[in-house]
Design a protein around this ligand. Structure first.
Ligand code: ZN
Length: 384
């Protein structure tokens, strides 16, 4: 059985006789994923191939710079912009994300107590529990836990099937990139059989933040993803101000902090940047378990970890820019003192700040598309 990846639902609607490369009809034994059709092609003798003849054409970058006249919500937001709400009325979002596979030990010790059973009685201003986003790869761990976490209201996002991506520099990398990114969703569907869960996966982070160049963005857009979260920003390190999520409609005029940044336009597609954290030695990191804490993370005390979390929270809170609290699922395995510090810090923030919301990245983007004040969110019972 070959797998054939073709276009999107709109362009294929009503077409029942789509041709393979040799003219034989592709039998639409179809799985629908977020508007993308994946045809499983059964061939009877001979080698039939499918070709991604409906992959989206690259959109050229507009020549003008992004501004609030040519780029408007809900589907366009300039790099470097901020919502049109005063700082005092803005909610403050903290997005906690964990990358990689989920095993039973980590589920029992760190995910279940915070994000399923709420053992520590931590609440958002609307009275609901805190939520996290898990960028999951399926190279290890227990797949069934993905569903348990999703059922509890957390977000599952893509991190490839086997924690690897092609380089992405050539056209030939398109199909392998599809297989890496969509293969994760496909395996989840096979193993768990929950199409709602699988269809909810619309965010992606590249393993090692090693972006598969332009191919990654083409594939994500063609597959119907809403956002990527692989690009980094040193804005906080340079200017003391972190940046907000933005769409990839226009050129980023402030330069590129990555070894690769997209050069085509991807209208309506969001980037949730990894705003740098600053370690105790003054150097920055993208994932917070990459910085130095105290003398070293291995020997840092609970207080040093707590201070590290709080010190990095403050510049975000100063501008109410969403805080990138991005780490790996194995952080607490390596640095046991980070765990009680995390508990203390969550208690401190949820009890000392009345306008801080711990949300998934999808929740953050839904808010970005239609921003409202903290008070409006409370009145609407937002996000439960
Ligand atoms: Zn990873």
């Amino acid at each position: 059985m070959d797998i054939c990846y073709l276009g999107n639902a709109t362009s294929l609607k009503g077409r029942t006789n789509i041709k393979g490369i040799h003219g034989s009809p592709i039998l639409p034994s179809v799985t629908v994923w977020m508007g993308t059709l994946i045809h499983e092609v059964r061939t009877s003798g001979g080698v039939d191939q499918c070709y991604p003849n409906t992959r989206g054409e690259p959109e050229p970058l507009p020549t003008e710079d992004c501004n609030t006249y040519n780029c408007k919500l809900p589907d366009c937001f300039c790099h470097g912009g901020s919502p049109n709400i005063s700082r005092s009325a803005l909610p403050m979002f903290v997005a906690i994300t964990f990358d990689d596979s989920i095993n039973h030990d980590r589920y029992n010790s760190q995910f279940r107590p915070f994000f399923v059973d709420n053992d520590y009685n931590l609440y958002n201003p609307n009275g609901c529990g805190l939520k996290t986003t898990l960028f999951v790869s399926l190279d290890a761990g227990d797949i069934s836990l993905v569903k348990t976490l999703w059922d509890a209201g957390n977000e599952i996002a893509g991190h490839t099937l086997a924690h690897s991506l092609p380089v992405g520099s050539s056209e030939d990398d398109y199909i392998p990139t599809i297989e890496a990114i969509d293969g994760m969703r496909k395996k989840l569907l096979e193993e768990i059989g929950d199409s709602q869960l699988v269809n909810s996966i619309i965010g992606f982070r590249a393993p090692y933040l090693r972006v598969a160049e332009e191919t990654q963005y083409k594939v994500l857009k063609d597959l119907g993803f809403l956002y990527d979260s692989s690009l980094v920003s040193t804005s906080l390190y340079r200017t003391k101000k972190p940046i907000w999520p933005y769409t990839l409609n226009y050129r980023n005029t402030e330069g590129c902090d990555n070894w690769f940044c997209p050069e085509d336009s991807y209208s309506g597609f969001w980037e949730i940047p990894l705003n740098a954290w600053i370690g105790d030695d003054g150097f920055y990191c993208w994932m917070l378990d990459g910085c130095t804490v105290g003398q070293s993370k291995e020997v840092a005390t609970v207080k040093q970890w707590f201070d590290y979390f709080q010190r990095n929270f403050e510049p975000f809170y100063e501008t109410k820019t969403p805080m990138s609290f991005y780490t790996h699922a194995n952080m607490f395995d390596f640095y046991p003192n980070a765990f009680p510090a995390f508990v203390q810090w969550l208690k401190h923030v949820t009890r000392s700040y009345k306008d801080v919301w711990f949300v998934t990245l999808q929740q953050l983007l839904f808010w970005m598309k239609s921003p409202m004040s903290h008070e409006q969110m409370l009145a609407k019972n937002w996000g439960c």
